[in-house]
Design a protein around this ligand. Structure first.
Ligand SMILES: [Mg+2]
Length: 372
């Protein structure tokens, strides 16, 4: 088997595509010898589609396996090896609470900017995504946090939905994985020469398509008990939280069968969720950069962004911070996971403690300055 670029064309539909795939060297599989420029070969569309089907099935399995892995009841390790795995993971991703002093020292002389995911970070993951409420105590903490630092909520959910949970007008909100960004209603006191009253929607041309695919997914997944399709305006989520695990593969197949007619939409997998979004190059990491820019920190060295999240989609933001060499990411997880985040917190209650400590530290620092 060798890896080659394969061009597929269908004269009837005008379908044309070049992909990189493993190709058998056997003459049975390859219709013509490589003749096209750049080593391209042609194979029949039927054979290619069959091959894509196999890859598709593997993909579905890998989504479902990933979802199982992120579900605590399916950690296969025994308790002792689990403890061992966890402690070696913690060496590389220590608790942000235990490392609080070091974190504060690293931020000295820089403006901290806070980015918070919502589900699983500020609110617990619950069976009904419509009931993922944050506690009043958490809300009060985030409110105090926003008085001390510019604060943004970055979520896969629809912006209005996240706002209806958080209910704090003074924050920045980036909904639909950052594809729907809005600044505080009354402007921000932190803005450093940045544009006023931001509203940014890089995928607005996709709105009719998202609506259409949402309706089709609702119809298609009706036969799977517990499946819930959520329209997040610029993306759609299919929740697996209430679906019996033995039905996960079926549900993933149903989702994929709808998506095959929408080449401009892509699928990604999160914690017990499959998400459908436009193929534009925009994610939570890009949203983070956009927000830093609109706050006036585009090319500054004196900014210290902190991003806290629990999901695979938050990795895009963790990666941006690592690439920029600024601030750091904190992964919320009780279990070892592959991550680019520097630190970890176990659950939303620890996130609240961490935010509370940041507020106390800032208030103390402020009082210290005013006393001088
Ligand atoms: Mg989350």
């Amino acid at each position: 088997m060798t890896k080659q670029n394969v061009t597929v064309s269908d004269t009837k539909t005008g379908f044309n595509m070049t992909i990189s795939m493993a190709v058998s060297n056997s003459p049975v599989f390859v219709q013509k010898p490589p003749a096209a420029p750049g080593g391209y070969i042609s194979i029949s569309r039927k054979k290619l589609l069959k091959n894509l089907e196999v890859n598709g099935a593997q993909r579905i399995n890998s989504w479902v396996d990933s979802m199982r892995a992120s579900s605590p009841t399916h950690i296969k390790s025994t308790p002792s090896s689990l403890t061992e795995d966890h402690s070696s993971w913690m060496v590389h991703h220590p608790s942000a609470l235990e490392m609080f002093e070091q974190i504060i020292n690293a931020s000295k002389g820089k403006q901290i900017v806070m980015f918070l995911d919502y589900d699983g970070t500020l609110s617990p993951i619950v069976d009904d995504p419509d009931r993922a409420f944050m506690s009043d105590k958490m809300r009060a903490t985030v409110k105090k946090l926003a008085r001390c630092f510019p604060t943004a909520i970055v979520s896969g959910r629809c912006r209005d939905k996240v706002y209806s949970f958080v209910k704090l007008a003074e924050l920045y909100y980036a909904g639909s994985h950052g594809m729907d960004i809005k600044g505080p209603a009354k402007g921000s006191k932190y803005k450093k020469g940045g544009q006023a009253g931001i509203l940014f929607q890089p995928a607005s041309e996709f709105l009719p398509m998202i609506d259409e695919v949402y309706k089709e997914l609702v119809e298609k997944t009706k036969s799977t008990p517990g499946a819930k399709v959520e329209n997040n305006r610029f993306c759609v989520s299919v929740h697996f939280r209430c679906v019996e695990e033995k039905k996960w593969t079926d549900l993933a197949q149903q989702v994929r069968s709808v998506l095959k007619d929408y080449p401009r939409l892509r699928l990604s997998q999160g914690r017990k969720v499959l998400e459908i979004r436009p193929t534009i190059k925009w994610d939570k990491g890009k949203a983070l950069e956009f927000l830093l820019e609109s706050l006036g920190y585009a090319n500054c060295t004196d900014v210290f962004p902190v991003y806290i999240g629990d999901d695979r989609t938050d990795e895009d933001a963790f990666k941006i911070l690592r690439d920029r060499g600024q601030g750091f990411g904190i992964l919320v997880s009780k279990f070892p996971k592959d991550t680019t985040a520097s630190y970890s917190l176990q659950e939303p209650s620890e996130v609240m403690n961490f935010l509370q400590r940041l507020v106390e530290w800032k208030q103390l620092a402020y009082r210290g300055r005013t006393r001088m």
